[in-house]
Design a protein around this ligand. Sequence first.
Ligand SMILES: NC(=O)c1ccc[n+]([C@@H]2O[C@H](COP(=O)([O-])OP(=O)(O)OC[C@H]3O[C@@H](n4cnc5c(N)ncnc54)[C@H](OP(=O)(O)O)[C@@H]3O)[C@@H](O)[C@H]2O)c1
Length: 249
Amino acid sequence: MVDLRGRVALVTGGGKGIGRGISAALAAAGAAVAVSYATDRPAAEGTVADIVGNGGRAVAVAGDVGSPDDVERMYEQVNAVLGPVDTLVNNAAVFSFQPFEDVTPSDFDRTYRTNVLGVFLTCQAFVKQVPGTGGSIVNISTSGISDNAPGSALYTSAKGALTTLTRVLANELGPRGIRVNAVAPGATDTDGARDLGLINEENVARVAAATPLGRLGHPHDIGSVVAFLASRDAGWITGDVIFASGGLH
Ligand SMILES: NC(=O)c1ccc[n+]([C@@H]2O[C@H](COP(=O)([O-])OP(=O)(O)OC[C@H]3O[C@@H](n4cnc5c(N)ncnc54)[C@H](OP(=O)(O)O)[C@@H]3O)[C@@H](O)[C@H]2O)c1
């Protein structure tokens, strides 16, 4: 069983959807978990209450990952309540799909600010306070980096940037004992995916049929992979992208 006792994790956007599955899996393995949110405080507090109700340690922290001041404040808060963060999961993201020629500069700014700049900022703040014993960063990508679907230029190019960032940081931070990996989920049943119509009653059967394992992903399918990557059992894995997508590539 994956053992994260004594570890302190920060999960961005950890209160709902895939982030909630990740927070739950890390807590079940024994980590103390900081659950970050941008706007949905009740969701983050609900996730924290579940973890604490199961005997774990958790705290909700507010902040926009695209804001340097917010990120600094989040880390100060987590450091004060739970201690230095040794496990960072960059899960927070916004989705935006449209034909390439319809992407506006403001769509671009919003997506890259959260999905790319946000990851730079949380990683920079992470390395400033990570214990000398090292740590682990897991970036949440998408299986879309493999199928490169039409209409996904904005979202998928931002996730593609994360793949490169994951590999560069693995090389740059490896000598400091920090492993950096990414997990690429396939279609996963979350409110965010349903709100955008990525998953709905019409396409759910089609997506499941196109997936070798014959169903949609659930947040815990992603959480268990993240918990493994964060653990010592994955101590020889860095710079890798693991597809957690039921075989959908
Ligand atoms: N669902 C899928 O099918 C699927 C497939 C492949 C990859 N993914 C990836 O998996 C991750 C989670 O997806 P999901 O479906 O669970 O999404 P979701 O339900 O829409 O949740 C997104 C989370 O990100 C947070 N967030 C958004 N902007 C933020 C910001 N500027 N600062 C801080 N937090 C912010 C949200 O916080 P608030 O609610 O508090 O605003 C929310 O907790 C994303 O990286 C996504 O790209 C999802």
